[in-house]
Write a protein that binds this ligand. Sequence first.
Ligand SMILES: CC(=O)N[C@H]1[C@@H](OP(=O)(O)OP(=O)(O)OC[C@H]2O[C@@H](n3ccc(=O)[nH]c3=O)[C@H](O)[C@@H]2O)O[C@H](CO)[C@@H](O)[C@@H]1O[C@H](C)C(=O)N[C@@H](C)C(=O)N[C@H](CCC(=O)O)C(=O)O
Ligand SMILES: Nc1ncnc2c1ncn2[C@@H]1O[C@H](COP(=O)(O)OP(=O)(O)OP(=O)(O)O)[C@@H](O)[C@H]1O
Length: 499
Amino acid sequence: MEIPFASIPSFQLIAQYGPEKPEISSIAYNSRQVVKGCAFFCVPGENTDGHLYIDEAISNGASTIIGSNSVLLADYAEKHPDLSFAAVENVRLALAYLSDFFYQSPQTNLLKIGVTGTNGKTTTATYVYNLFNLLGVSCGFIGTTGILGAAGKIPFQKSTPTTPISSDIHQIFSRFVTEDIRAVAMEVSSIALDQKRVEGIRFDVAIHTNISEEHLEYHKTFEHYLQSKLLLFKQSNAAVVNIDDEGMAKEILSVIDYPHLTYSNQLDSRADLIWTACKSSDAGLDFELRYQGEKRVIHVPLYGEYNAANLTAAVGAALLSGVVLEDILAVLPKMSQVEGRFQMIHGPGNRKIVLDYAHTPVALAAVLQEVKKLSHNRLIALIAGIGIRDFSKMPKMAKAAEGKADVLVVTVDHPGHNEPALVIDAVLEGFTIPYKQQVLTANSRREAVLAALKESGPDDLILLSSGSINGAQIVRGEYIPHSDEAIIEEFFSSKNSEF
Ligand SMILES: CC(=O)N[C@H]1[C@@H](OP(=O)(O)OP(=O)(O)OC[C@H]2O[C@@H](n3ccc(=O)[nH]c3=O)[C@H](O)[C@@H]2O)O[C@H](CO)[C@@H](O)[C@@H]1O[C@H](C)C(=O)N[C@@H](C)C(=O)N[C@H](CCC(=O)O)C(=O)O
Ligand SMILES: Nc1ncnc2c1ncn2[C@@H]1O[C@H](COP(=O)(O)OP(=O)(O)OP(=O)(O)O)[C@@H](O)[C@H]1O
């Protein structure tokens, strides 16, 4: 495709060298992925700078180089007069706008629901995805559990855990449109907002779940974290806001001047949607939902009280998208579980195994409280410190879990470049000394899952919290495939007779 840089709105071109309307065949932000005819974007990163890989991009066949260092680009242009070079104000922003242009703005054919919040993004976005598909509106999903077309997972190698880089987002949008998908539910992380991965996307509905301290390794201050999340609400046309969240509900309401629905667990809150009288049991969730003064009784085959909040948020997004409540209520009993989010697996001897991606102290406390509502003998819980995250969070995970299970196993997820034992020690620091002595530890998630299963007896409940990102553990920069489900299956099938 021919790219007229100067006419792409918001591209913020500073200078251009070489052919003015280069032909490009694809877009890359990693020099190793450049192929013939590609436009290579030099992204300044945390570890290195894409400008250092221009030679590699050119030798791999790039036709166009876009960066922010105009002096360097002018130098390269002298040496490669047949290639195009564009200097821009902000490379990530230019990447977002050029990708939208290159894929012919597929977003205009999609109803876009963006979800932000510290906890509940994957769950809520998946509920929106399930809800729309059940309602007959073909919907895709983009988030931590992968990329889903209306019929299920689409293989796609994201370079980030949750919200992809902008060029990947527009490429996925384009595929969705070709597959006649009409809506997309996507997680929008604070880091993605800060890094302009969703720049230029106008969301039809933005959903807020909650905010608590997280990702300080990136944002440094809570204020920066909050302000980044707030950006989503400045690029949306409607919003669903959790007014029980003291962290940022008021801030959101103060920046929006468009249609919105508030939701709450408090009867006297005057929220638009109120979910109360929630009971979580082996049979699922029962609660009352009030909307426009009318009370409805809901039963869904889902677990965990906070998931009634997440589901209410998804219902709000459907309402704001023009679906009527009666139609929504008709399909709710068919809602399915979310992969790794209060996902229940039934094991031999009436064991219940819950996989739950609780990886913040708030989420861990919540899930430990919620699993106990299921019938069980003993509770065996696995918790983890995440090596690639803020170390100061680790002892807080211990504090959230102390005394809450009959057996507690502590391990590490994604050690990254850290020694697993160091991460485990950082978690252990959060326990009181007497409690620390009863805690079991395991140096890898696999060993920890096996230890938890070995500890279990009939009727026990096993909570495996935290977990893998995109089906893998990140160890020294490598993605090592990992599946709790496969370990569970392997464990029980090899010892079948004993259970
Ligand atoms: C902190 C962060 O956002 N990191 C992302 C960032 O990495 P970085 O800044 O370290 O990049 P870098 O290694 O310095 O490289 C700079 C540029 O040079 C390029 N490069 C590098 C080497 C080379 O040989 N050639 C080359 O072109 C790289 O592709 C990159 O574009 O840019 C990379 C792609 O360009 C991402 O893969 C990487 O995500 C890493 C894997 C990550 O863990 N990100 C997390 C923190 C993240 O984004 N999380 C959020 C929230 C998750 C949640 O809680 O839900 C998310 O949305 O996923
Ligand atoms: N509304 C909520 N309030 C508190 N805790 C929640 C809520 N929703 C989910 N959780 C807890 O947080 C964990 C993570 O949930 P989920 O994966 O949906 O959210 P996320 O962390 O925002 O997304 P991501 O998976 O991208 O990090 C869940 O497994 C659950 O323990």
